[in-house]
Structures are given as C-alpha cells and as structure tokens.
Design a protein around this ligand. Sequence first.
Ligand code: ZN
Length: 682
Amino acid sequence: MSRDQTTKTNALRLGWRIGVPTYETDESFAGLLQFLVANKAIVDEVSFFETITHHLYLPLEVFATRAAVLKRRIAALKEAGISAGINVLCTIGHINEGWDYMPLLPFQAMVGHDGAVSKSCACPNTPEFKAYIRQKYQLMAGAGPDFIWVDDDIRMHHHGVGFGCFCPTCMDLFSRRTGRAWMRETLVTAFNDPNGLERRQAWVNQNVQVLQTLMQDVREAIRGVNPGIVIGLMTAGPGWTTYSGQDIPAWLAALDATKVRPGGGFYSDEQPFEMYGKALEVGRQLVGCHAKVNDRQYELENFPYSALSKAVTSVINECTLALAAGCNGIAFNAIGALTGPWLSERKPLMERVNATRRMWEILVQHAGNYPLTGLYPVWDKGLTARRQVRQGDTWLNSNQWHLYDITRPQLLSELGLALAVEPSVGTILSGRVAEIYSDKELTKLLSGGVIMDTRALDVLAERGLADLAGVRLAHAYDNGVKETLTDDPLNGVYAGQDRCASIEFWGDGKGLGDMLEVTAPGVRVLANMRTYLNKTYGPCMTAFENRLGGRVVVAGYGPWMYLGSTAKREQLLNVADWVAKGQLPLRVREVIRLVPLVRLSADRKHGAVVLLNAGADTIAEATVDLRIDTDAVALLSSDGQCRKLATQPAEGGCRLALDHMQPWSTTILLIGGNPRTLLRDA
Ligand SMILES: [Zn+2]
C-alpha cells in the first residue's frame, strides 16, 4: 500500500499501560475500571503489564496465577467496551533490578563483552530460555487478550551488561557461523583490529538474527494459542546505538506485528527541547515500517510515574511532535503504578488529552503517511557494524563515539530548518557517519545537495572524493579562533559579521576550528577563520557546485554549536536553500525559536506542518514561507477547529502570517484539501 493510499485510514489510537499494583487486587481494579470508564473517550486500548520489575525471571507458576487474574480483568474491560491486551514487559529483561531478592535466572544470563554477567537479563539463545519464554507467552495468550505488546528489551545492548551476548552458547553460535572457534577475549580483541570489518558485521548480523528468531518464537507461541491475537513490538532507536542492528522491519515481520511503538528517552521536562530529539528518533524507527504496520503508537514516557516530572503541557507538545514525526497513536506510560484514589492525580492529564483528541485525530488523518521533508542528517541501522575502527580505538565502549553521534545536527532545527529522517531534499553529513556508504553511494550523494563538517570531509579525502567538495583540510586549530562571514550572496546582508563559538570551552568533536584550502576553481568562501585579534588565517566554510552538479558546503568552524546568531542563522538557511535548490519546504523570516516538522506529499499539494515554539517567549508574529503547490492552508487549533489562512504568493509557494504563539506550544498547519470539509471528514 502506498503512503498516499493509506491516508484515509489513518485513525488515532490512544493506549494506556497499566502496572500490576493497579489491577491485581479486586479493590484496586475496581478503582481503575471506574477511572477508565470515566475517561473512555480517550481510552482506545488498555495494556496490562504482566510483571512488576524489569528483572526477567519469575517462576511460571507466578505467571499462571497472574494470567488467571488478567483473564478476568481483560474480560471486564471488554465488557465495558474497551479493547484490552497485555504488555509483556520482560522477554529478555531490561536492566539489573531488585537483584537482592528476585529469583536467580535458572538459565544462562546475558554475558557482556567484558565478561560481566547480567543479574536480571537472559541470553536469548539457550534451549532452556526458549522453552521458558514460549510457555510465558502461551500463558499470556491464554488470558484472552485482544493484543499482545512485546516491550523494548528486544535488543542485545544495555542489559545490566553493556554489550551482549558472549556466553558459551553465543560464542559457539558465532564460531559455527564463521567457521572458526572463538573465545570471548580473543573475539573482543579481534573486533578492535582495523581490518576486522567482516567480523564486526558478522557479529551485528548475529544480533539481528538472534532477535529475529526470538520474535518468530514469540509469534509461534502466541499464534499457537490464538491466531487472532494482534501483535505489537516496542522498539528502541538507532540514536542510542545500532549495536543490535536495529532491523526493526525484519523484527516486525518475524513477529507478524501490525502494531509498533517506537520509543527512547525524554523522561522529564528539565530539558524540554529533548522532546524534539525524541520525535526525530521515533521517526527514524518508523522508516520502512509503514507497509504492514498501521498502528504506530508513540511512547509517552512518564516512568517512574512521578507526576511532577513533566508538565501536562509538555506531554501534549511531545505527543503532537511525535504525531508530526509519523506516529498515529500514543501509548501512555503515565498511570502505571497508581492505585485507587491516587489515579485522580492524573485528572489534569486526562482532561487535556480529552480536549486535544480532536486536534490529534485531524492531524494524523491529514498528515497521512507522507514523509518528513527537509534536510536529512544521515543515519543507518548498520552504522555500528560498518563503521571503521582505527588503530587504538575500541569498537565497543569507544572513546570515538562522538564521531558517530547521528543526533548532532539536530540543533539546526532551532534555526527553523526542517529535518527529515530519510533521504529528502538534501543531506547532512556529520562526523564520520559517511563511512556507511560505499564509494559509489558517496559519489551519488555528492551529486546532490550536501552540508558536511570537516570530519565528514576526512572520510571523503580517504576515499579520494574530496575533489567533489572542492577543498581539503589545511590546518586544525584548537584555540583562539572565530569565523567572519564574507560578502558572498549566501551571507545576505551579514558580510563582516563575526561568530565566536569559544571552542576552548567545548573541546571535544563539537569544537572544531578547521581551516580549509580551496582546491578547485569556482569554490565560494562563505567564512574565514580569524584570531580574536582579527588576523585572518584562511577559509573555514565553503560552497562548491561540483562537476556532477552537486552542491556541497563544508563547515570547519564549530559546526554543531552556537549557531543561533542572526547572521549565522540567515547564512545557514540560505545555504540549506541553496543545496536543496529551493526545495527546502519552509522558511521562517523572523529570528525566532520556531522549530518545524513538515510532512508533505510528493506533489506538495497535501500534508501538515507542526511548528513548536521552543522557547519561553511568546512569539508575537511569524512570517512563514511554504514551498507548496497549493494556497489551501488551514490553521488547526487545539480544540480541533480549522480556519483557512490568508496567503500571499511567494517564491516557490505561498507566505502566511501567524501571531501570538505561546511559549512551549505547537501550531499546526494543514496543507491542501478544503478546510470546510475537514471537520466532516475527520
Ligand atoms: Zn548468550
């Protein structure tokens, strides 16, 4: 099914995850049932956790008893007209938890690359574990759920040990796969060999396949009891690590899942802008998942259920961004451990969700399955497998991790730059992420629009492709430098403006002070690096249209920090527009912290734009240029009302004015269609 065909079937689904203490006794369940029925308008499904802790092992008799309780709870919810299922929290186990008194695993625990043994999480490969987990899922399936969610411990990293699994069973498996006998110690040493690419790839492939087999086993266990149970998979994102191979489409297929819940981080709003990073991380997890998975619930995380950790407004914003990033539902982990009268603590949340539901319904329907549009900071599920290991580096627990941090370019969004999670109108190469590409792929990429830092230029130089950037690294400064914008037209009216990022204060990979040497005619210098005493060293930012027609910009001075000056913002937005050949979907004219997520159809006649005011100031007015092929733009307000906006023709699309955008609030624009009919259609 194409993205466009599914547009009309995109229905919002709101799920609620419920902890054991909230349903186990008849008394607590009575309070819960009353609460859920009272809030039925926003309760599309309820998932009961099967266990209290993230420690995997409990005797099967415990789960047999709990399944009997769950059977009654699920029946009661269905009776009340609410879809009910089970959220299996532990399949492998998440972390070491409660180890002073939880029962020891009676089968092989996960072993880390350093020989550490997990207290709470299992190796997924032993026959004893497989028999146990099959029976556990059979018990859960027997409780009569509409659906079963498999939680996000389906990974080979962060299980109380950093990187697994190096137990004898897994070493034997790898030895058979590679035709050579391996011991843990020698294998870890071999991983650090710069020539060990094939071995590292084979290991990550084993991780992918082990989890794929586990998902097949889980599916067979569930389907064997009841083929009608809908299955969902909760996932962790590639921004954390790709050690497990992060082959989410393969795992979904093995599980026969039609539900997915991408997740990761953002537990409190101490750093509220992290909600945007999580939205992108969620978007990355959805790439390649749309074909069969029509229920894509965002992980709203309030674990460990302290109401004051997040303002209700943060929750609403966060969910809105996630829906803008590709989800069409929300799995609320917000009332998990509350019992009886304490559920009333969540009344303000339930009221706001209720008041917002209509807006979300219209947003997901209008955004359909259109992709995020904008510049694409490159990531890849094979990054850990395929990255280089240089002499002195360690593959696992590397001190070079910042060179592979795919989230670094995200701060460009604070300038009003729309970012994407898959190839779109232009590419951003940061650090050494470009290592994932073959020479041929990299050449193709450089025939389009690219913004890169000088660590990416290093990769090009090693491949003999730096001529496509028109520059080479001349000298790396680590102190006493700033950049000064030239009179190139891409700098607008800001020629001569300085930008000082004080790289001495932030000395890791963020604080680059790299000077460039021009190696081809036609290279434009956008900024020169100068001392604090205004002596010019040489170019530090360039733009080049190469022989393949690609537009390549190289930034050598503090490329991922302190970009928010008026001059730098204007330069970078002009640069982004230039590399994208005018296809950047949106420009905000004022210097304001208005962060966009843009979903557009290929013909740019339909889609949705969500703008986050990511600051504590009210935005009095904003002038927004949309590069769309329609003048039908409607403002969707929080109560679900739509109002057509007046637009003026502007270069590549239309211009519109917005005003009074409250601090930390979202504004939703619907592109295309007739706003009058939206209320009826939605
Ligand atoms: Zn193992």
